[in-house]
Design a protein around this ligand. Structure first.
Ligand code: GDP
Ligand code: IMO
Ligand code: MG
Length: 422
């Protein structure tokens, strides 16, 4: 069976959308395995820019079937809006996008609680899309699944019971007004009709197709450093973007996975709060943001920017089992005289041997940098590795040597053809 996992290797927004679109040319199925409409995956094709939140980034290839797996938390309105947007661009969606009947639904109270919680003292800087509260309900075993839409009585009962609970939280903890049950029941009964044609047992479908020789890409959202288990907890998302999440989030066995590609930016960005050792809160960070257009694809928030952090990337390579890396946005560094790369962390003056997972340590570490010369040449037209300036090739080789992982794809612009495949 042939599943290739495409995983974000940093703090999200690495350019997964572009790489998934690129690799979709040679596959039959592209499947999202976790997260929800917190993701914003940008694909630029024929001068048009598409920002996808829930629908996999393979959708622009007409022969690819797209799957939204059981590991995703689905906001029905966000999904229907995305379908409408793609259809307005004359992209066929119906009959080629399937949602797992086993995925959980985002409910209005999830978004409300997400937003209210963020108004308190402990701010994660979430996207406000209801992700955390929806996964809390999933694991508390009170979540509402897509399959529940098929059984009207169960749906109404579950919504009522959830809203009773949530109204307690809303009024007593957040001193907010309560939610009207009937309004939500009516809305979700409508969604039932609208979503019906998209619903499938996608785990069964994927396993059957893979057995029959079809090829699939598993598209991760967010990135390893935002993983609830392996990221900079608690400043993380509430799912497992790391490669292990692909199997549980799609219902395919680990034996079906034949390769894992990590997507990493040539520098680092992060949106929201939390540790970011190589952040540059200065003119360098501002230059990276303005040249790289580093504003959130989902919320429009300015992204925090800094140098490439190879120490965290090595850790990400380990927990994901990354075998090759797609390095993106290398062109953003074209104008820098010097480029710094973090090659280690020091804590209390001593080098750390492994990536620290306790917040107190990571907030107190000092990054150790190596400085490499810039190339001061525009590289967006390069089609082969050999066409890149010497200093640029040295930057790539430095990363490969440090990580012990080949950089098999080098992206030098947002468009499909601005890519060097080695
Ligand atoms: P994702 O969430 O990982 O899919 O990444 P985003 O779409 O949120 O952010 C990546 C941004 O960089 C998008 O605007 C892409 O169009 C853009 N992009 C991707 N690759 C390149 C590249 O190699 N060079 C430049 N300049 N932009 C790129
Ligand atoms: P893509 O797939 C970058 C961040 C939020 C916040 C934290 C938790 O486009 O790479 P959440 O709403 O998930 O509870 O927020 O995670 N975050 C992302 N950052 N790219 C993303 O997705 C993100 N999705 C969530 O900013 O810090
Ligand atoms: Mg993004």
């Amino acid at each position: 069976m042939s599943v290739k996992i495409i995983v974000g290797a940093q703090w999200g927004d690495e350019g997964k959308g572009k790489i998934v679109d690129l690799l979709s040319e040679n596959v039959d199925i592209v499947a999202r395995y976790q997260g929800g409409a917190n993701a914003g995956h940008t694909v630029v094709v024929d001068g048009k820019t598409y920002v996808l939140h829930l629908i996999p980034s393979g959708i622009l290839h007409p022969n690819v079937v797209c799957v939204i797996g059981n590991g995703v938390v689905l906001d029905p309105q966000a999904f229907l809006d995305e379908v409408a947007l793609l259809e307005s661009f004359n992209i066929k969606v119906r009959g080629r996008v399937f949602i797992s009947h086993n995925a959980h639904l985002i409910m209005p109270y999830h978004k409300l609680i997400d937003t209210l919680k963020e108004q308190g003292a402990e701010k994660i800087g979430t996207t406000g899309r209801g992700i955390g509260p929806a996964y809390i309900d999933k694991f508390a075993r009170v979540g509402i699944k897509i399959v529940d839409l098929l059984h009207r009585d169960v749906l109404v009962k579950k919504i009522r019971s959830n809203i009773e609970d949530k109204n307690q939280i809303l009024s007593k903890i957040y001193h907010s007004s309560e939610i009207n049950v009937d309004e939500i029941v009516d809305k979700y009964l409508q969604y039932d009709k609208q979503l019906d044609e998209f619903i499938k047992d996608t785990s069964l479908y994927l396993n059957q197709e893979l057995k029959a020789g079809k090829k699939a890409l598993a598209e991760g959202a967010q990135g390893a450093m935002l993983d609830v288990d392996f990221g900079t907890y608690p400043y993380v998302t509430s799912s497992n973007p790391t490669s292990g999440g692909a199997c549980t989030g799609l219902g395919v066995p680990p034996t079906a996975v034949d390769s894992i590609i990590g997507v990493a930016k040539a520098y680092t960005t992060r949106v929201g709060n939390g540790p970011f050792p190589t952040e540059q809160q200065n003119e360098i960070g501002e230059r990276l943001r303005s040249i790289g257009g580093e504003y959130g694809a989902t919320t429009g928030r300015p992204r925090r920017c800094g140098w490439l952090d190879l120490f965290s990337l090595k850790y990400s390579g380990m927990v994901n089992g990354i075998e090759e890396i797609a390095l993106t946005k290398l062109d953003v560094l074209d104008d820098f005289n010097e480029i710094k790369v973090c090659v280690g962390y020091k804590y209390s003056g001593k080098p750390l041997k492994s990536f620290p997972l306790d917040l107190c340590t990571i907030e107190d570490i000092e990054p150790v940098y190596e400085t490499l010369p810039g190339w001061k040449t525009k590289i967006s037209k390069a089609k082969k590795f050999e066409e890149l300036p010497q200093n640029c090739r040295s930057y790539i080789e430095f990363i490969e040597k440090y990580l012990g992982i080949p950089l098999s794809i080098i992206s030098v612009g947002a468009m499909r053809d601005q890519t060097i495949v080695r």
